[in-house]
Each structure stands twice: as C-alpha cells, then as structure tokens.
Design a protein around this ligand. Structure first.
Ligand code: ADP
Ligand code: ZN
Length: 749
C-alpha cells in the first residue's frame, strides 16, 4: 500500500459546540479548495460536523461545519447560517477522513465531502409511516385509538393479532404480507380499535440482527483464522489479509468477525467489487444473520438511498454491503471493514475524485482505530508486500473446504491447437465442452469482451468504424442492433454500407465478442442451453439473481460471460471453465497486466469444481510461456508473485516506488498540448523524482476531449501529493483545459 504519506497538515479536531455570534468554517460539497466562514445565529445549536444551510451568493446550499472560523471573511461581509439540518452531525473520524482523502488525492476537500453528502434529501427530516400494534402496546407517537367495539373474530383478524403478538409494530404492508390478509382487514381492525395506529419514524427501527443462529462448524484452520479476526476487534487499528484459495471458507471466516462486531454493538462495512456479485452473497448473509444487510450501489432507487444513508448516520443500519462508494457513507459507529476481493481493479475510481477504495478503507480504519480485513485468493502485490514487511497481518486458508481439489488448469496453445477459420474454440476445447455436456455438467466460457465483435472493417477500402468522440473502435452489439463505443457510450445504428467508400455488404466483423462466441457454440452444440452473462444481459441485481437461480436449477448448460460472471460465484454443477482468450489483458504497457491477468484467470478457473465433481479449466493462449500462464498451469502463485515483486523492485515501481499521473485534456488540441508542455517545464525533477511526458494518451481522444499524459515517478520515501499540489499551483492552466490528477494510477489509458 502506498499511503504512508503523513505530511498532510491535518489537525485533530474534536467536536465542539459554538456560541451565537461565533464564526465557524462551513465546508460545501463543491469543488472548492476550502471552507467558508459563517456566523452562528442566536437560535441554533451548532457543533462541529453539523449539517447546515448557508447562503452563497444568491444560492442556498447545504454544507457541514468544519471547525472554528478561519477568519478569511471580513466581519462586515460575514453571513449567518440559515438553518440546521435535522440529521446527525458528521463524526470527527469522517471529517478527518475527508481532509485526508482530499490531501492524498490532491482534490478539493469539497469534492470529497460531496461523496459523503451524496444524498442531500437524507438531510431533511425523515418521513413517518403509519404502523399498527396491539392496543395495549402503543409504539411511539400519539396513538389514535377509538374505543374498542365488540370483536367479531374471523380467521383473518386472528392472524393479524397473532402476528402482532410479539409486540413489534408493523406497517400495513408488512401486516398484510405476514398475516396473509387484505389491507381492508387491517383498516377495519384499526377502525374498530382492535389494533392501534401510530406514527413511526421510518428509520427508527434497528436491524433485527440481534439473535444470530450459530454458523457452520469451522475446520481447525478456519477456526484459528476466525479467532484472529475476532481478537483484532478489541485491539484498535489493524489490517489482516485473509488469504485462501477459492472455496476455502474465507467468507465463512469473516462472517464470524462480522458476528462478533455486531454482538459488540458496532456497524460493519463490507465492500464487494461489483454488487452484481452480491446476489449469492446476500443469500448467504441472510442465512447466517437472519436479516438483510443494507446494500449500497448505483442501482439503488432514491428512496432507498435516502433511507439507508439516514440509517447509517443514525447507527440503526448495522451492516452495509456495497460498492466502493459505500466507504463514503456517514457511519455513526463503524467497528469493522471487510474488503472482499481486495485485489480487484474496480476498487479504483478513475473519474471525479480518483481514489482506491481499498487503500482509503485502510486509512478510514486507521483514523477510526478499527480493524480492516482484506480478503482474496489472489492478493495484490501491494498487499503481499505489506504482509511481508509486517505492516499487515495475515491468516491463511490453504485448502478448499471439504477436501475438494482446485481445478486442474491446462493451457491450450492456440498456435498449435488452432480453431478453424472464423471460430474461436480450439478443437481440443470443443471436445472437452462436448464431453462435459455429455456428462450433464455445466461449463463457463469466459471471454472478457461484450458485444459481437470488437472491430468492424470494410473489406473494400480498409476503413474501420470508429467513435467520433474517442480514439476507439465501435463495438458491434448485434443483439441490441447497434454499434457502441465502450468508452463514452455513444451509440450508432448498424450499417450495411461502408461510410467511407460507400460499398455495400463489405463490412466485416473482426474478432470475437461473447455474442459471436455464442453463435459458434450454438452451431457446434445445437442442443445445449446457452446463456449470455454480461453487463448488457445482467443490468442489475434482479437479473443476476435470476441467472444464479437458473444455474443452480440446472436450466443452463453453457454460460458465456465476461468478468461479471468470472468472479465470486459458487455454481455447484459447474465443472468446466474455458478461458477463450487469455492474452486479452496482456496487450499494452500496463504495469499490472501480468498480475491482473493471473488474478482474473485464476478467479475464473476457480469457478470450476466447487461442488461434488472435480473441475477443469482450459486456458486458450498464444503465449503459453508467459509467467502468468505458467503460474496458472502449475498453481505456483507465490512464485509468480515473487517474480513480479522482483521486477517491480528493480524498476522502483509500486509498491517500491510511487506514481502520479496527470491527464491534461480539453476540446482544443493546441491548447492542450501547450498546457501539457507548460506543466512539463515546471515539473519537479530531481531528488528521486522524475517526470515523463507529455505524451498523447493511448486514448488520445475521449468524449471529444484531447488528452495528454504526464507521469511522475518518485522513490518510496517521497511524499508525492504535496509535491503535485505545489506543482499544479505553480502552473496556470488556460480556460477550457483541465488537469486530472491520479495518485497511484491503475489505468494508463
Ligand atoms: P471462499 O470465500 O474462500 O471462496 P466460502 O466461504 O464461499 O469460500 O466457502 C465455499 C463453500 O464451502 C461455501 O458453500 C461454504 O458455505 C462452504 N463452507 C466453507 N466452510 C465451511 C464449513 N466450515 N462448514 C460447512 N460449509 C463450509
Ligand atoms: Zn466514444
């Protein structure tokens, strides 16, 4: 991990209460560098972290009190806070976290606060919902109860009374659902005074996670690992890697830590790389803890987002499972963070405030003095190096649960075992799929390419269909009937004639996408039931849950999918995994290409043989001697990591050195080039720091903006963020040109 950076000048603040007339600093969720001073009005209680409404110019904005005023506004121009939101104040840890992340990522503090204040509606008072209870147990609020009239007992009414007998108030919807009655029954019972109607704050109820059923009996290794994680809960900040092959029970083990954290009254955050991955996870969680956690991801509706944010702030939401943005929820008493698949690249946010949620979670844990648990079968090199240096602890689960073997991985050398023209599966791969089908087992064909073909070319003139706004080819999506740019989302209709030379019927699809592969499979195995699994066919959790159900019910023989399906799932009848193009991720000069390819393919292979029958993985490659491939085939993960590590150490690349990327972009290529050169001229070279570039970015045009990159490389001891901040402050950017800073970049496009 690369955040040993300490020189961020953050003063530790404890919450204090302000007097009327005092100045306070209010941070606004805007891309502004600092907070503004406001005066505390007479009739409001204002403390640090309080969410307040303030005037800015002619606007009224919500912001958070960030400490005593900084004095940079004249007394005469000082304006008053307009009001205070009825929401719990932001905890000191969360405020320090905002300051830290802003300093480290070289972004305005307000831009980071905006990630926390992602649901402004949640700052308004919570709505109340009517609830019903037995008349002798009024439950909050004023109950409106007519005098009971003689009770006419019906089966439906009795069921309602039976449901309410536990003393818990319920909404009409909950009651009709649980008692199996119509809403008319509930209404008539309330009118008759048989049940009492009251108002309940919709967020008031704590999650019913109190009584936990015991988990499975753990193996000796699992029990030791769980003990370690549980012990860490009482010891403040620590980082522990849970390292174990897929299916070794890592999830069971960290569930034990979650159970202990809940028993101690804390809140728990679990980060998952893609929430689609969560369908099976949620079912397991429910089975273990008897209730749903709160999900946090981009698909959530506004109302749910608002409710969850509010409950997290109030502390009544106990477990949140989410994508990286869940790290910026306003936890009231967070006591454990779990990061499943910690190596996953989707923890890195590329736009807005670029940050790595795994690294920032470690920072969040350190500021809050709580443990964090990193989980992976293929830990990142950064994490492995931290373990070896003793900065992180680790627990190891060396074997699959139940004595199951890891799948045998065989490399298919595509140079010898050649697919026929226009096909992508090698003869031996086809034979293996056929044999697997004959045995009635399931296969997964993994190809990390959405759509039908990644490139469309005119056979007459050689023209390639490209996006007008990006330096990227348009990808044919035959099922959706359009061409798509995977970088900006630009869509164009499918065409028959070449837009360059006008020739008809000359456009040819080049290379395979999953849709084209599905065509080949349908032609080869006409009786197989095939299903596509990509972000196009699985747009949300519901569609994913349905796919999981169909897989478990054996309604699918062959699933063809992108990485969306290659990670995390447990399909008991899946015995064969085929990696159709293992070389895909190795092209280009990415620092982590080998590491990532290994991680992704290892995960994909690990989907095979998780049930009773042993699994097999076939990896199609033209580079069978690449270290990532030989490591996959031999299972020598640690040897592979050691080789990667040696290479990085030698080149002083992360985690043995530090990188920061500057991406200069704008609509006018001349202005962009001039600005990039100006940045290069004022670059902080020397003292272990070198700046490379500017060079046109591989994606030289993105969304209509021209892009040039500079890359700063520094030794491990260098505090890069303040260096970059000073560098930027010293260089004036012309209007229309933007510089995006990316500390610890993962993408070099
Ligand atoms: P991982 O997270 O390492 O991939 P899981 O926790 O998902 O592993 O475990 C794989 C499978 O084995 C799951 O179905 C899980 O319920 C089961 N399993 C793991 N440990 C145990 C155990 N001690 N007792 C019963 N089942 C277990
Ligand atoms: Zn585009």
């Amino acid at each position: 991990m690369s955040m040993m950076y300490e020189g961020n000048g953050i003063v530790s603040k404890t919450s204090r209460l302000y007097q009327a007339g005092e100045r306070v600093a209010v941070l606004l969720p805007l891309a502004l560098p600092g907070a503004y001073d406001y005066r505390v009005p007479a009739d409001l209680q204002i403390e640090d972290g309080a969410f307040v409404e303030v005037p800015l110019g002619s606007r009224r904005l919500l912001g958070a009190v960030w400490g005593p005023g900084e004095g940079d506004v004249d007394e005469g121009r000082l304006r008053e806070i307009l009001g205070r939101c009825d929401a719990p104040p932001l905890q000191p840890t969360a405020r320090r976290f905002v300051d830290w992340v802003a300093a480290y990522t070289v972004q305005p503090r307000g831009a980071v606060l905006r990630m926390i204040m992602s649901v402004p509606e949640a700052l308004r008072p919570a709505r109340t919902v009517p609830v019903y209870a037995l008349p002798d147990r009024p439950c909050g609020g004023a109950s409106e109860m007519p005098t009971p009239r003689p009770h006419r007992p019906t089966a439906a009414r009795s069921r309602v009374l039976a449901v309410l007998a536990d003393g818990r108030a319920r909404t009409a919807a909950e009651l009709t659902d649980e008692a199996g009655v119509s809403s008319g029954v509930v209404g008539s019972m309330a009118a008759a005074g048989l049940i009492a109607k009251a108002a309940r704050c919709e967020t008031a109820r704590e999650d019913p996670l109190g009584v936990l059923p015991p988990g499975p009996v753990l193996s000796v290794e699992q029990a030791q690992a769980a003990d370690r994680l549980r012990a860490a809960l009482a010891e403040g900040f620590s980082v522990t890697l849970v390292d174990g092959v897929p299916g070794s029970g890592k999830t069971e083990v960290y569930f034990e830590a979650i159970a202990a954290a809940l028993a101690a009254g804390g809140q728990v955050l679990v980060l998952l790389p893609e929430i689609a991955l969560g369908a099976q996870w949620l079912a397991r969680f429910r089975a273990r803890f008897g209730a749903d956690p709160h999900a946090w991801h981009s698909e959530l509706g506004r109302a749910e987002r608002r409710r969850t944010w509010r409950r997290v702030a109030e502390g009544s939401a106990r477990v949140v499972v989410g994508a990286r943005s869940a790290l910026f929820l306003p936890f009231a008493r967070l006591s454990l963070i779990v990061i499943d698949e910690e190596h996953d690249a989707s923890y890195k946010q590329e736009d807005g405030v670029p940050y790595n949620a795994r690294d920032m979670a470690v920072v969040r844990a350190r500021l809050g003095n709580i443990p964090v648990c990193l989980v992976s079968a293929t830990p990142s090199l950064e994490t492995v190096v931290n373990v070896r240096a003793g900065r992180y602890g680790s627990v190891l689960l060396p074997a699959r649960h139940g004595g199951r073997a890891m799948p045998a991985v065989e490399l298919i050398d595509l140079r010898r075992d050649r697919p026929s023209r226009g096909a992508w599966l090698a003869p031996s791969t086809r034979a293996a799929i056929g044999a697997n089908l004959d045995e009635g087992a399931q296969a997964l064909l993994f190809l990390n390419r959405r759509g039908y073909a990644p490139l469309t070319l005119c056979r007459a003139c050689g023209h390639r269909l490209a996006c007008a706004w990006c330096s990227a080819w348009l990808v044919e999506h035959r099922l959706a009937g359009r061409m798509l740019c995977h970088h900006c989302g630009h869509a164009a209709p499918l065409v028959n004639t070449c837009p360059a030379c006008g020739a008809a019927e000359t456009l040819a699809a080049c290379g395979p996408g999953v849709e084209r592969l599905a065509e080949e499979v349908a032609g080869t195995f006409p009786d197989a039931r095939v299903c596509l699994a990509t972000s196009d066919t699985l747009p949300g959790p519901a569609a994913t849950a349905e796919l999981v159900r169909r897989m478990e019910a054996r309604e699918i023989d062959i699933v063809i999918g992108t990485q969306i399906i290659a990670k995390g799932y447990h399909f008991p009848h899946l015995t064969l995994v085929v990696v159709v193009d293992a070389d895909l991720g190795l092209a280009g000069g990415d620092l982590r290409a080998g590491e990532r390819t290994f991680q992704l393919l290892y995960q994909a292979a690990g989907r095979a043989g998780r049930g009773d029958r042993p699994g097999r993985a076939l990896v199609q490659t033209t580079m069978p001697h690449h270290p990532a491939m030989t490591a996959l085939a031999s299972g020598a993960r640690d040897r592979f990591l050691a080789a990667e590590e040696a290479g990085r150490r030698e080149a002083e690349m992360p985690p043995y050195g530090r990188l920061a990327a500057l991406i200069v972009s704008g609509a006018d290529p001349v202005a962009v080039e001039a600005a990039a050169s100006a940045l290069a001229d004022s670059a902080p070279n020397g003292d272990g720091v070198r700046v490379f570039g500017p060079a046109p970015a591989p994606l030289a045009l993105l969304r209509g903006r021209h892009r040039r990159r500079l890359l700063l490389h520094a030794g491990r001891a260098v505090a890069v963020p303040p260096l970059v901040r000073r560098w930027l402050a010293a260089t004036r950017m012309p209007g229309g040109v933007r510089v995006q800073v990316d500390i610890d970049p993962y993408s070099f496009l």
